[in-house]
Design a protein around this ligand. Structure first.
Ligand code: RAT
Ligand code: ZN
Length: 428
């Protein structure tokens, strides 16, 4: 009698009982399993100026701009008067030549330069600029995705963005490794501004948000869903986000956005805890963080069992509550260590906590990359942390009496890197 594949793998499963062997298997699985990067701000070349790559873009990342102001006497006002190349020169001199690049964002630059064989101790940017300038666009993009071991990338797409709208109207994405997400910060966080934007796009809306206006907003969302074919809809929310609340946001969520998500079988992503413009002089580098109320998310999940929610919180203090909420709601998927949390100490701790409370049922990480080559460092750094965290978890399991197999390790890593996200996208 022929033995089935499942039985055969159980009978011959090589249990990973030796620490060295276990480490090698975990390392190999984590480093070679492709990831879906579920939240980024990168775009393919057909998005013209939104396609950002190269050393000047890398160095003028807002994470590095904020750090530069801590170690230079140049004022924000003077900085914003400079050209991008001058800004990059200043960041390089300040953070990499006059100081040691010890922070996570600066180490990221070192990882990228090293990965491309460039000198991270160079006195200036001549060599790096020449290198990036000489790259062929298509093969460079393929190479970066390959180096990051990322198959698919989810963009952040704003239907109110003046750069994006004409690109979508002209056909949108040609490179199907790039998937859209329909971002609705403009709609949900600034209703008066949205009224104007919607009117500009020909929708008949009133500030009062009556039934007719809700219908128009629905028509707007349906139009952009048809056009972008997003994998999910998303919003970033302030630390004082409440639900339900006596505001336009709550009304729009309940009456328009969530019914739209359900009707289209689209997940809805919440990114909660950002305090925009804490220091406006720093512009894009001026946002902060605040602890949010996770029970608002629980109410959304409880009221909308037909909608799948993706959620990430910016404050460290919210991470434990998010895990507990995910244990209560099967329609809630925690994802990634966002922005100020994407540092080795915090990624390790948060991932450990998630494994302990949720097993492999969460999305390990996203990059939030804004510049193409950031994918390389963000994914390499995150992967090396995951190797340690997973190895420890399997070792503990072994000590309790259950060894894992190579196939089980591969299965867990697949879930964390892409499987949980794919499952979330399946239309209901
Ligand atoms: O991480 C970032 O780069 C932030 O500036 C934000 O873009 C944040 O990730 C967001 O999506 O709002
Ligand atoms: Zn982001």
């Amino acid at each position: 009698m022929a033995i089935s594949e499942t039985e055969s793998s159980i009978v011959h499963a090589p249990f990973l009982k030796n620490a060295g062997e276990l480490w090698r298997e975990v390392e190999a699985a984590v480093n070679t399993t492709p990831a879906i990067d579920v939240h980024t701000h990168i775009f393919p070349p057909e998005f013209d100026e939104l396609y950002r790559y190269g050393i000047d873009e890398l160095l003028t990342y807002h994470y590095l701009i904020a750090e530069t102001f801590r170690s230079t006497t140049v004022t924000p006002q003077a900085f914003w008067q400079m050209t991008r190349a001058e800004q990059a020169d200043l960041v390089w001199a300040t953070l990499f030549v006059d100081n040691t690049p010890l922070s996570e964002a600066t180490r990221g630059i070192v990882t990228v330069l090293d990965a491309f064989g460039l000198d991270p101790r160079a006195p200036d940017l001549r060599e790096a600029r020449a290198f990036f300038r000489s790259q062929d666009c298509a093969s460079h993009l393929d190479r970066v995705l390959d180096m990051a071991c990322v198959d698919d990338v989810v963009m952040t797409n704003d239907p109110f963005d003046d750069c994006e709208v004409p690109i979508w109207a002209g056909g949108g994405v040609r490179d199907h490794r790039f998937r859209a997400s329909l971002r609705m910060d403009g709609l949900l966080n600034d209703w008066p501004g949205a009224v104007q934007r919607l009117a500009d796009q020909g929708f008949k809306v009133e500030p009062m948000l009556g039934a007719a206006t809700c219908d128009e907003v629905r028509r707007f969302l349906d139009k952009w869903i048809r056009r972008m074919e997003p994998v999910y809809m998303a919003v970033s929310l302030p630390d004082d986000f409440r639900y339900p609340g006596d505001d336009a946001r709550s009304r729009l969520l309940r009456e328009v956005v969530l019914p739209t998500a359900e009707a289209h079988g689209l997940a809805f992503a919440l990114m909660v805890g950002v305090r925009r413009g804490v220091n406006p002089a720093l512009r894009s580098a001026g946002d902060g963080v605040g602890r949010a109320d996770v029970s608002a998310l629980e109410r959304l999940c409880g009221e909308n069992l037909g909608v799948r929610f993706l959620a990430t919180f910016l404050s460290l203090e919210n991470q434990h509550e998010l895990c507990v909420s995910a244990r209560k709601f099967g329609n809630l998927m925690p994802f990634g260590c966002w922005w100020f949390l994407n540092n080795p100490s915090l990624v390790s701790d948060i991932t450990r906590e998630r494994l302990e409370l949720l097993g492999p049922s969460f999305i390990f990480q996203h990059s939030d990359a804004r510049v193409l080559e950031q994918l390389v460092y963000k994914w390499r750094h995150s992967r090396s942390l995951l190797v340690h965290v997973l190895f420890e978890a399997y070792e503990r399991l072994l000590a309790s009496g259950r060894a894992v197999t190579r196939e089980e390790v591969a299965r867990d890593v697949r879930r964390l890197f892409s499987g949980n996200f794919r499952a979330w996208l399946q239309k209901s």
